[in-house]
Design a protein around this ligand. Structure first.
Ligand code: ASP
Length: 321
């Protein structure tokens, strides 16, 4: 409370223009080295200049599909020094968790969407299947023994894996991690069989032949050189399969408007940074340029995503407390 009063006082006296005058922390609600973490670290770098060469650090608070990290930010001082970079889990967790400790639409200031990211279906290198048709046969032959890695309930990998199991009509044992960085290590090591994960994490592993790649989850094929030969899941027979995820930036509710305006302006600048754009595009991500880059557009989009994915989650009957 004291912190809030100081922040409000500083703004009232015009000291808002000093923002930021200390280190900013971006909380990533997943393990270091994973796809959300990669986007956050690149974004932190791109935000530095527009925020007057501020020091921006990334803190990884993984667990419970990203909801632990999101909760930490929901409860942080609303002063612009603790931010959250979360993906589609921001929307799916609203339905998946019966007792979410924060209100998705009410407990955050929406600062703008960052990117859209496709996903890929990949397998351990020792999996005998070399294409989707062979994978489908292998899945049918191994019912009851298949391990599907994910980053916990509410994670993008969870949503994608859930829809994939529904589409192929095969139940798999899900193995949750604090992020898909540790899940990827186990997949490469052969401890788990398959995983759906963002291209921001899988492109280099596919390129390097470390994992088997079966399909992309988007409706259209991708143009990224390493991924352009992969079929879509729709194309190989899972009609209508279409999952693309996104990342957005958030601050705790009550962060002064002068600060959120500054953060939104900085985000817009960062998304034009040629190094950021190049790195993201090389990993299959698409930078957001539409109205979702405005706080109101971002919030409206998340509300629509809660409805859209909520229906699929309810149909699957998957909840957590
Ligand atoms: N890709 C993860 C997910 O499944 C999250 C992460 O580790 O960044 O949502």
């Amino acid at each position: 409370m004291k912190k809030m009063l100081i922040a409000a006082l500083a703004l009232a006296t015009g000291a808002a223009f000093a923002y930021p005058d200390k280190q900013i922390t971006i909380v990533v609600p997943f393990a270091a080295g994973g796809p959300t973490d990669k986007v956050a670290r690149d974004l932190a770098e791109a935000l530095r200049k527009p925020l007057g060469n501020a020091t921006i650090v990334v803190e990884n608070v993984g667990g419970a599909g990203g909801t632990l990290g999101a909760n930490k930010v929901a409860k942080a001082a609303p002063d612009g020094y603790t931010l959250l970079l979360y993906h589609i889990g921001m929307a799916t967790s609203a339905t998946l968790y019966r007792n979410l400790p924060y209100k998705t639409l009410d407990d955050f200031e929406y600062l703008g969407l960052v990117n859209d990211v496709p996903m890929t279906l990949i397998g351990r290198p020792t999996l005998p299947a070399n294409n989707f048709a062979e994978l489908q046969k292998w899945l049918n032959d191994n019912k009851g023994k298949i391990n599907l890695a994910n980053a916990g309930l509410g994670a993008a990998s969870h949503l994608c894996g859930l829809l994939f199991q529904q589409a192929v009509k095969i139940d798999m044992t899900t193995v949750p991690y604090k992020g898909t960085a540790p899940a990827m290590t186990d997949l490469i090591g052969g401890q788990v069989d398959i995983m759906c994960d963002q291209t921001t994490n899988t492109t280099a592993q596919i390129e390097g032949g470390k994992v088997k790649a079966y399909a992309v989850t988007t409706k259209q094929r991708l143009t990224t050189p390493a991924l352009k030969n992969l079929p879509t899941l729709d194309e190989v027979g899972l009609k209508g399969f279409n999952v693309s995820i996104w990342h957005g930036l958030y601050a705790p509710k009550g962060t002064p408007k002068a600060v959120t305006d500054k953060l939104n302006a900085a985000l817009r600048e960062a998304l034009k940074d040629p190094d950021f754009v190049k790195r993201q595009e090389a990993l299959g991500a698409v930078i957001v340029t539409d109205e979702r880059l405005t706080p109101a557009g971002h919030k409206q989009f998340v509300a629509a995503e809660i409805d859209k994915w909520g229906a699929a989650i309810k149909a699957a009957g998957q909840y957590a407390d």
